[in-house]
Design a protein around this ligand. Structure first.
Ligand SMILES: [Zn+2]
Ligand SMILES: [Zn+2]
Length: 161
């Protein structure tokens, strides 16, 4: 079934698909999962309910290596490099903080913080970070997300200085 013309589907990860100001919490949840039957889900791939609403750590296929949920969080989970804590304690703390603020798996927290350290190491700002995260995931990234990542990153780096 095709989506209505105003719906632009995308990957939306790690930042959640945005909600317009006039949409309440229940309407938002029902749209994300498709439960409202209006065919306005924002995803261009199949997601289980929990991943659709951004509770990635609660997806029933969290530990499955052959699930049908195509949310990008599972690709991070399956990447064994991201399962090991980062060698810098400060970056690992920033990863954990980001994961908990956005309800993301810690593997995604690590991947995004690694991306941030590269972007900022090259003198990039949060706009550059947004496009680097977007390129890494092949997804649309909400502008506020990169801003929050920068704040979390700098908070941990500066606290340790
Ligand atoms: Zn999932
Ligand atoms: Zn997910």
């Amino acid at each position: 079934m095709n989506a209505p013309a105003e719906v632009q589907r995308d990957r939306w990860y790690p930042s959640p698909a945005p909600s317009p100001a006039n949409e309440n919490r229940d309407a938002y949840t029902n749209r994300l999962t498709g439960a409202d039957k209006t065919n306005r889900e924002p995803y261009d791939h199949r997601r289980n309910r929990q991943c659709s609403i951004g509770y990635h750590t609660e997806c029933s296929e969290r530990n499955s290596f052959r699930g049908s949920c195509e949310c990008p969080c599972h690709a991070d989970y399956r990447n064994s490099e991201l399962q090991e804590p980062l060698s810098s304690a400060v970056l690992e703390e920033a990863s954990q903080a980001l994961a908990s603020v956005y309800d993301l798996p810690v593997e995604t927290g690590r991947r995004v913080i690694i991306i941030a350290s590269v972007t900022f190491g090259q003198g990039g700002n949060f706009v550059a970070l947004g496009s680097d995260i977007s390129a890494a995931y092949g997804s649309r990234v909400d502008e506020y997300f990169a801003d929050d990542v920068e704040a979390i990153y700098r908070h941990h780096i500066e606290e340790s200085a």
